[in-house]
Design a protein around this ligand. Structure first.
Ligand SMILES: C[S@@+](CC[C@H](N)C(=O)[O-])C[C@H]1O[C@@H](n2cnc3c(N)ncnc32)[C@H](O)[C@@H]1O
Length: 251
């Protein structure tokens, strides 16, 4: 059964996800835990309080639970998937599952998590963008609204882990902001096609290189209107029926 939406923008629609989760039991975006568990073990301690953003029906949280990470809170804005997931396994029953829009995480107190993880969730929100060099104002504002809250819920020295198809020259421009009060480190994993594993550490300054990136970004958005290059591009009218089209989202 194909869960391809009629248009890419549907990947950022709650209706699309609720319908999809009405019949889909399990799907893993990017890669499953086994592909990046060594990176997780390096960054996360078993006692850490972990927040999973846009958990979907991925087995990531259950796999992490089996691997010794037991304090996991999962959020997704799809009521359907949260209802399905919370009783899916013994491990799932031992975690917290909340229906929550990650644009509004005020329910969580400042510093209430040591680790925040997102896998392909921000990619889904950026799916309507056409040019990775020039994000629309709406998307910039949306990402900023979310990332400022991610930073807020992180404890000092806590980490935001972002697992994505998006390459550093596009994604770091979103994450490099002084107001998030974090440093950025990039790891890769996967055979052949590489996926990216960004680690933002709260309380550490941006490196000189990333601070420069921030400066360049302002220059770019102000001055370089014409120098747009799209390295990979998805056409709404194409017949590509593979969900991995998200590969094409580089933001
Ligand atoms: C591409 S899927 C990724 C699912 C899962 N993280 C994985 O790795 O397989 C995006 C998920 O984010 C959820 N989502 C999208 N926008 C959201 C929002 N604003 N708040 C909470 N969840 C959201 C969707 O319901 C969907 O489950």
């Amino acid at each position: 059964m194909s869960f391809m939406p009629e248009k890419n923008a549907d990947y950022s629609s709650l209706t699309y996800w609720n319908e999809r989760y009405g019949s889909e039991e399990s799907f893993e975006w990017c890669k499953s835990y086994s592909a990046f568990k060594d990176l997780i073990r390096k960054e996360v301690r078993p006692t850490d309080r972990i927040l999973m953003l846009g958990c979907g029906n991925s087995s990531l949280s259950e796999d992490m639970y089996r691997d010794g990470f037991h304090n996991i809170t999962n959020v997704d804005y799809s009521t359907v998937v949260v209802e399905n997931m919370k009783n899916r396994s013994q491990e799932a029953r031992s975690m917290q599952w909340l229906v929550m829009d990650i644009k509004d995480m005020k329910k969580f107190e400042s510093g209430s998590f040591d680790i925040v993880i997102e896998k392909a969730t921000l990619d889904a929100l950026l799916v309507g963008e056409r040019d990775p060099w020039r994000l629309s104002d709406d998307s910039r504002t949306l990402m900023d609204d979310i990332l400022i809250q991610v930073s807020n819920v992180l404890s000092n020295c806590g980490r935001f882990i972002s697992i994505t198809f998006a390459q550093p020259h596009f994604r770091k421009r979103l994450y490099a902001r002084e107001q998030y009060s974090w440093s950025i480190r990039t790891e890769t994993f996967g055979d052949g096609f590489h996926f990216f594993f960004y680690v933002m550490t709260k309380g550490e300054p941006l490196s000189a290189h990333d601070a420069q990136l921030l400066q360049n970004q302002w220059n770019l958005s102000n001055n370089l209107e014409s120098q747009s290059t799209v390295t990979r591009f998805h056409d709404d009218n194409s017949n590509d029926d593979d969900d991995n089209y998200l590969n094409s989202i580089e933001m």
